[in-house]
Ligand binder design. Structure first.
Ligand SMILES: NC(=O)c1ccc[n+]([C@@H]2O[C@H](COP(=O)([O-])OP(=O)(O)OC[C@H]3O[C@@H](n4cnc5c(N)ncnc54)[C@H](O)[C@@H]3O)[C@@H](O)[C@H]2O)c1
Length: 362
């Protein structure tokens, strides 16, 4: 392709703002349009980010010939339906995490994109987070020896929008919402070695009035090559977003803390305007972040996806990865429901992951 990659965004709120700001940093990309169904939101967003076209109707945006790539920043329950539409219009796709609601949807999405000869790219920014990329390189160069134990965790005090809390639209709680990051992180660090079992403990503790979803989850994966991985996910942790990882190997250990480890330790009697995602009260000590999107790897992620479209390259994270993560998510909810370790491959026709946990508990 010897023009800039034309991009259309779907969504105009939290993640789409990050998408817009990140894609603006990619020299080979040009955001041509934004689509959002709520009246006024797309036009406001377009004005704020200098985007020439805006729509409340997806078909109208997909009719734009100059758009090559569409980025989905809509709630989980819409990922499949929207992917099928975009594939039908012959455009490449970046779909936000989690990939979709169930395994049948994952197959539909992958098949539709194969048939339409469009790329289906799974937006897992942890594979592009500079600190985690460096962490992986330490392992790859042999500095840590053979990997034995991997840990990764994301924690904050709960999502910003109601669709996350409503399991009919989200599919599950924190294990679905943030465990998906950890599961792809582990697969990436461990070079896509197959996961052979999943064990999980989940609970709804603080947010019982808001959701049927889990607000805390601990999930243990066992890989075929003997590596154990443990994810800790929380929607009840106060004081701002936490994102950290550890690699324990036969010759060394490495700890990486993406947010607090990169931020300014700040003390203020008045509080700061913005410290970090979901910081809450910032009076007293807080961790004030700089270049948050860059430190998370969002611009780097889009640099890569745009390069894949422009130069017809194979993406680092694909629809198949999204589907593999969904299988682990389903196995985790099954394990939390049965109290037993679940072996992969795990087949299920459940419509959403949480059904496998709550069916046993209610
Ligand atoms: N990669 C990450 O770290 C990360 C962070 C946050 C959210 N996400 C994911 O991004 C997705 C959106 O989350 P968010 O935090 O931006 O939510 P949000 O509520 O802030 O924004 C959702 C957007 O989707 C739009 N939308 C709703 N119905 C739609 C429809 N029928 N067609 C098109 N657009 C529609 C809304 O108008 C809104 O603009 C979720 O799947 C979430 O898991 C990923």
């Amino acid at each position: 392709m010897n023009k800039k990659v034309g991009v259309g965004l779907i969504g105009s709120q939290f993640i789409s703002t990050i998408h817009a700001e990140s894609i603006k940093l990619v020299s080979d990309a040009e955001i041509l349009a934004v689509m959002s169904p709520t009246k006024g939101h797309a036009s406001e967003f377009a004005e704020k980010h200098g985007i020439p076209h805006y729509f409340t109707d997806l078909d109208q945006m997909l009719a734009m010939d100059d758009i090559d790539l569409v980025v989905i920043g809509a709630p989980n329950y819409l990922h499949c339906e929207i992917t099928l539409k975009i594939a039908g219009a012959g455009k490449h796709i970046v779909v936000e995490k989690p990939f979709c609601m169930n395994m049948a949807e994952a197959d539909l999405m992958i098949d539709a994109c194969k048939k339409a000869h469009v790329k289906l790219m799974y937006a897992e920014e942890l594979c592009f987070t500079p600190k985690y990329v460096r962490l992986k390189r330490l392992l790859d160069e042999g500095a840590l020896g053979t990997p034995l134990l991997l840990k990764q965790s994301e924690k904050h005090d709960g999502p910003h929008a109601d669709h996350f809390w409503d399991v009919e639209r989200s599919g599950g709680g924190v294990t679905m919402d943030m465990g998906c990051h950890a599961f792809q992180f582990f697969r990436w660090i461990n070079k896509n070695n197959p996961v052979i079992s999943v064990y999980a403990q989940m609970s709804t503790t603080v947010h019982t009035n808001k959701t049927r979803g889990d607000d805390n989850g601990i999930i243990i994966l066992e890989f075929e090559n003997g590596v154990t991985a443990m994810a800790e996910e929380s929607w009840t942790k106060l004081g701002g977003m936490d994102d950290r990882a550890e690699i324990h190997g036969s010759e060394g250990v490495a700890y990486a803390d993406v947010l607090q480890g990169n931020s300014i330790q700040t003390y203020s009697t008045k509080g700061v305007g913005y410290a970090v995602e979901k910081a809450g009260n910032t009076v007293g000590w807080s961790f004030t972040m700089y270049e948050e999107s860059w430190n998370y790897g969002f611009p780097q992620e889009f640099e890569h996806f745009v390069d894949c479209v422009k130069n017809n390259k194979e993406p680092l994270v694909t629809g198949e990865d999204g589907k593999a993560v969904m299988e682990i998510i389903f196995a985790a909810y099954e394990s939390a429901g049965t109290g037993k370790k679940v072996y992969l491959p795990f087949k299920t026709d459940a419509l959403k992951p949480i059904d496998l946990w709550k069916k046993q508990n209610e």
